[in-house]
Design a protein around this ligand. Structure first.
Ligand SMILES: *Cc1c(COP(=O)(O)O)cnc(C)c1O
Length: 380
């Protein structure tokens, strides 16, 4: 049996929808499926304003532009994230300020945020690692007390709830990814959720996404010319990609159910071995969270054990992976002069192993993965 880490599968009914887009005569941005996806997401987020983008990276960049993040500003974020979180600040000339993570859920350590805040701090970007939300009540309180903005990097969190509210709807903005490695995919794609009720900001978002033009207002008949009005880029996805995403959002609950089956197989079969000397811990779903089963990870006793396990699984055609390299020790992190210590980030980065999980994964594939993993672990 060959078990990939990730796999995108489309069914006949999905392909019909995708073909409909191809046959529509217009696969540019702002078409039929872009509108349909926008309606689904805007409903999900309680009528927040939704802007679809070509990636979560672009959603993050747009949020930084909207908040007028600029030179000499500082943006607080965990070191344990994807480079896009930090690039969004750097592209505005601002400085990312890295904070260590909590062992419990690998999210930003809330108790270490306040000491990093000063009069240059413009925003915090909490990352909901594995899709599991940070302790947002505390984080939002800190942001309010200090008059700074919150942009959720909710790339992995679509469909996740924090105390009954959707992740991505809690901060000023929420950024999502539909990259092929996430739960609901369009290959590349993203969304920016605006939770501030302000029509002007939404207008500005559309200008940024539409190359600095007032194309949206023109299409809506609100202006009679379509011109360059502000700084912007090209962040609008093709309607073909939004047709792909539409097929996924129609099945949102089913996809969650499918992934839960795999997650539960891993959890039920591995929990007896967690706390053992070799498997130190595994992902935990906090009481406050309704989960989307984006990831299943385990933490091993050492880097050596993790790599050995990963390589032995690979020899048996089972693809399990490590994850983020700490941003503060990366070559770019060093270039921007980050001398910050994040010991837990460094340790987790060396000892984490993510097990394969994808929407079409079968019970047999999950059981086969667990059996092999336990077989290998016993011999290490
Ligand atoms: C996947 C991911 C991103 C990047 O998403 P893209 O849509 O590929 O730009 C950013 N942040 C986190 C935490 C991610 O997991």
């Amino acid at each position: 049996m060959k078990i990939p880490f990730d796999k995108n599968v489309f069914e006949q009914e999905d392909i019909k929808i995708i073909m409909d887009s191809l046959n529509s005569g217009d696969i540019g941005s702002s078409g039929k499926y872009t509108k349909k996806v926008n309606i689904i997401l805007s409903k999900l987020f309680n009528h927040s304003k939704v802007s679809l983008t070509t990636s979560c990276t672009h959603a993050l960049e747009t949020s930084m532009m909207l908040l007028n993040v600029k030179e000499r500003d500082e943006v607080i974020m965990p070191s344990y994230s994807f480079p896009s979180t930090a690039n969004a600040a750097i592209l505005r000339g601002a400085k990312p300020i890295f904070v260590d993570i909590e062992r419990e859920n690998l999210n930003i350590d809330i108790s270490k945020i306040e000491e990093k805040i000063n009069n240059k701090t413009k925003a915090i970007i909490p990352v909901h690692y594995a899709g599991i939300p940070c302790n947002m009540d505390k984080l939002i309180q800190i942001a309010k007390d200090n008059n700074i903005f919150v942009v959720e990097d909710a790339a992995q969190s679509l469909g996740v709830k924090y105390k009954g509210k959707y992740a991505g709807s809690l901060g000023d903005f929420g950024c999502f990814s539909f990259h092929s490695t996430k739960n609901y995919v369009s290959g590349e794609g993203g969304a920016l959720i605006q939770n501030i009720d302000d029509e002007e900001i939404y207008d500005k978002t559309n200008i940024i996404i539409q190359k600095g033009t007032n194309r949206k207002r023109f299409l809506e008949g609100k202006v009679d010319k379509y011109t360059w009005v502000d700084i912007g880029s090209s962040y609008g996805p093709s309607d073909l990609l939004m047709a792909v995403l539409y097929t996924q959002l129609l099945k949102l609950e089913n996809i969650n159910k499918q992934r839960k089956i795999i997650f539960d197989i891993y959890y039920d079969n591995l929990k007896a071995y967690v706390d053992d000397s070799k498997i130190v811990s595994c992902i935990k779903i906090p009481d406050y969270c309704e989960y989307n089963y984006h990831m299943f990870y385990i933490i091993l006793e050492s880097e050596k054990t993790r790599n050995l396990l990963m390589n032995k699984l690979k020899e048996r055609n089972i693809n399990a992976y490590f994850h983020f390299m700490p941003l503060h020790t990366s070559s770019m992190g060093r270039k921007i002069g980050s001398s910050i210590q994040c010991p837990i980030t460094e340790e987790i980065s060396k000892t984490i192993l993510r097990l394969p999980i994808y929407n079409s994964m079968t019970k047999e594939e999950a059981l086969y993965t667990v059996e092999n993993l336990l077989g290998i672990i016993k011999k290490i």
